[in-house]
Ligand binder design. Structure first.
Ligand SMILES: [Zn+2]
Length: 320
C-alpha cells in the first residue's frame, strides 16, 4: 500500500461528502480496493447516513401523528360543543315559552360556558392551551357571577368578582408564569410577577369589599391589618429569593421581618381600633414586646448564620 491508513481515514469524510480533489479521490479509491480495514471504516460511515435517514423518517412520523391527533381533538371538541348546545337550546325554548322573555336562561348559558371553558377550550385551541383555558375559565366564572347578580338584583358583584379573581390568581399564577405566552414576557422574573399579581388582585379585592361595606369605616382598619401582612409576604419573598446568604441567615432574617412587621401590625391595628371606636381608650400594646423579642431571636439566628458563613468562607479560602 502506497499510503498509510491514518492518512486515508483523514481523507475519508471528505471523500464521502465528495469535496476532495480528484487526486485525493483517486488515492482513496485505490486504497479502499486493497485495504479491508479502511473499507470497513468507509462502510460504517455510510451507515451513519442511514441512521440520519431513520431519524428524519421518525420525525416525520411524529409530525404526522401530531397533526392527526390535533385534528381528532378538534373533532372531539366540536362534538362536545354540539352536545353542550342541546341543553342550551332546550332552556332557551322553555324560558321563552314559560316566562316573559329571557331570564334564567342566561344563568344556564353562563354555567355551561364555565364547563365548556374547561372541556372544549383545551381541545380546540392550537397553542397556549393552559393560558387560554385558565383565562377563559376565569372570564366565564366572572360572567356567571355577573348574570346571577343581575338576576337576583344584588349589589355584591364586585365583592364576589374581585374575591374570585384573587382566589383564581393564587391558584393559577404559579402555573401560568411557566407557560407561553406569559413566560415569554416574565422570563427570569417569574417570582416577582407572581408576587405582583397577588398584591394587585389582593388590593383590588380589599378596595371592592371597602366599596361594598363603606370605604370610610372599612379602609383604615382593613389596610392597617392587611398592609403589614402584604409587607411580610414581600419581605420573606425578597429575603429568600434575592439575598445571597446561607439558609440559616435567611431563616433568621425572615423571623426578624415577621417579628418587626407583626409588631407594626398590632400597633397599627390598635391605633385604628382606637380611632374608629367612640370610647377611644381601649388599646393595649401588650403584644409589642413579644413581637420585638421574636425579632430579636431572628437577629440571633441570622447572626449565627452569618458567622457560620464567614467561618466556612474563610476556611475555603485557606484551602485554595
Ligand atoms: Zn487502510
Amino acid at each position: 500500500m502506497k499510503y498509510n491508513c491514518d492518512l486515508i481515514s483523514d481523507l475519508l469524510p471528505l471523500y464521502k461528502d465528495d469535496i476532495c480533489s480528484e487526486a485525493s479521490k483517486k488515492i482513496v479509491e485505490e486504497h479502499l480496493t486493497e485495504c479491508p480495514a479502511c473499507k470497513k471504516i468507509f462502510a460504517d460511515m455510510s451507515d451513519v447516513t442511514i441512521d440520519e435517514k431513520i431519524v428524519k423518517e421518525k420525525n416525520e412520523v411524529i409530525k404526522t401523528q401530531a397533526k392527526l391527533f390535533k385534528r381528532k381533538s378538534v373533532f372531539a371538541g366540536s362534538i362536545i360543543a354540539l352536545i353542550f348546545s342541546i341543553p342550551i337550546l332546550v332552556c332557551l325554548i322553555v324560558n321563552l315559552a314559560t316566562g316573559h322573555g329571557l331570564t334564567w336562561f342566561f344563568i344556564v348559558l353562563a354555567g355551561i360556558l364555565v364547563a365548556a371553558s374547561l372541556i372544549i377550550v383545551p381541545l380546540m385551541v392550537p397553542e397556549n392551551k393552559m393560558f387560554t383555558t385558565m383565562a377563559s375559565f376565569t372570564a366565564s366564572v366572572l360572567l356567571l357571577l355577573g348574570i346571577i347578580c343581575i338576576y337576583t338584583r344584588g349589589s355584591w358583584f364586585l365583592v364576589a368578582a374581585s374575591s374570585t379573581l384573587f382566589g383564581l390568581t393564587m391558584l393559577f399564577a404559579p402555573f401560568i408564569v411557566y407557560r407561553r405566552p406569559v413566560n415569554d414576557y416574565v422570563k427570569k422574573y417569574k417570582g416577582l410577577a407572581i408576587m405582583c399579581a397577588y398584591t394587585i388582585t389582593f388590593v383590588f379585592m380589599m378596595f371592592c369589599i371597602g366599596l361594598f361595606v363603606g370605604l370610610k369605616a372599612f379602609a383604615p382598619m382593613a389596610f392597617a391589618i392587611a398592609m403589614p401582612l402584604v409587607g411580610m409576604g414581600w419581605a420573606i419573598f425578597a429575603i429568600v429569593r434575592y439575598l445571597r446568604f446561607n439558609a440559616c441567615a435567611k431563616t433568621g432574617l425572615c423571623i426578624t421581618a415577621v417579628g418587626i412587621l407583626s409588631g407594626v401590625l398590632s400597633q397599627l391595628a390598635n391605633m385604628s381600633a382606637a380611632a374608629t371606636s367612640n370610647t377611644g381608650v381601649s388599646y393595649s400594646t401588650s403584644s409589642l414586646p413579644l413581637m420585638l423579642s421574636i425579632g430579636g431571636v431572628g437577629i440571633l439566628i441570622a447572626g449565627i448564620g452569618f458567622l457560620y458563613g464567614m467561618f466556612k468562607g474563610g476556611k475555603k479560602n485557606v484551602n485554595k
